[in-house]
Design a protein around this ligand. Structure first.
Ligand SMILES: NC(=O)c1ccc[n+]([C@@H]2O[C@H](COP(=O)([O-])OP(=O)(O)OC[C@H]3O[C@@H](n4cnc5c(N)ncnc54)[C@H](O)[C@@H]3O)[C@@H](O)[C@H]2O)c1
Length: 248
């Protein structure tokens, strides 16, 4: 019960890494707000978790929807201890010049501006409570970019720098800020990252990972669990690679 009595909001929790985190956090005693643009997916995950979870339909790129999500969390569970900015968006792997402006804007809105919206909404609450944890799903793409995902890579680099800067500025409020850097993982976004999902491309990606496999939602959830728990109370400003050695 490493998150007993903690309340966590997890965005992008209707599938993939976020779903893994919601399930793992709940197993360890947390009350979980399963937030996602995909309302039906969020409802499915929350229903499967049971009484310790609620689903909230929320577009993290909208300030008013983020405020409503935070209000719903406070209303349901009375406090907010952990804010996980996990929702993400990418362009398909390919020539950076072929990415249209609308797609670029969506990448920056979901991967960057959403962190600003969530921070503005939760920090005053965490400060009143005496502290909290903010966790973002960044990516190895922000540390060791590959060709083909330039605008996505850059958004994750922004998330890593925002994490470190927020960690310094929020330390005096006892708010820890960290991010995770997963390597390519078995989720709905994988085909976009690879360009298409073929056995050959999977083998190519696996070949760049010393431990010889892609990441799983459970790998990412276990790392998030530790960073969100009091066991990591002296850890802030970290961009933790969960990547089977890919970034070495
Ligand atoms: N899968 C990978 O290879 C990989 C690697 C590194 C980092 N990441 C990051 O992990 C995070 C989770 O992605 P995933 O791989 O689990 O993919 P996924 O597609 O399974 O999950 C992403 C979720 O985000 C939700 N979402 C998208 N836009 C949203 C919005 N505007 N508001 C609210 N929710 C929104 C989607 O509905 C979806 O449920 C993302 O930030 C992604 O960039 C993924």
């Amino acid at each position: 019960m490493r998150l007993k009595d903690k309340v966590a909001i997890i965005t992008g929790a209707a599938s993939g890494f976020g779903e893994g985190m919601a399930r793992r956090f709940a197993e360890e005693g947390a009350k979980v707000v399963v937030a996602d643009l995909n309302a039906r997916g969020a409802e499915r995950v929350a229903a499967e978790i049971g009484a310790s979870a609620i689903a909230v339909a929320s577009d993290v790129s909208s300030r008013s929807e983020v405020e409503e999500m935070v209000y719903a969390a406070k209303n349901a569970f009375g406090r907010i201890d952990i804010m996980v900015n996990n929702a993400g968006y990418t362009h398909r792997n390919g020539d950076m010049l072929a990415v249209d402006e609308a797609t670029f804007d969506l990448i920056t809105a979901v991967n960057m501006k959403a962190i600003y919206h969530a921070t503005v909404a939760v920090v005053p609450i965490m400060e009143r409570q005496g502290g909290g944890v903010i966790l973002t799903t960044a990516s190895t793409a922000g540390l060791r970019p590959r060709p083909g995902l330039t605008w996505y890579n850059a958004s994750k680099g922004w998330a890593i720098t925002a994490t470190k800067s927020m960690a310094v500025e929020l330390a005096s409020k006892n708010i820890r800020v960290n991010c995770l850097c997963p390597v390519a993982g078995e989720t709905g976004m994988l085909a976009q990252f690879m360009g298409e999902d073929t056995p050959e491309l999977r083998a190519k990606f696996r070949a760049s990972i010393p431990l010889g496999r892609l990441s799983t939602p459970l790998d990412i959830a276990n790392a998030a669990l530790w960073l969100a728990s009091d066991e990591a109370e002296f850890i802030t400003g970290v961009a933790l690679e969960v990547d089977g050695g890919r970034c070495i």
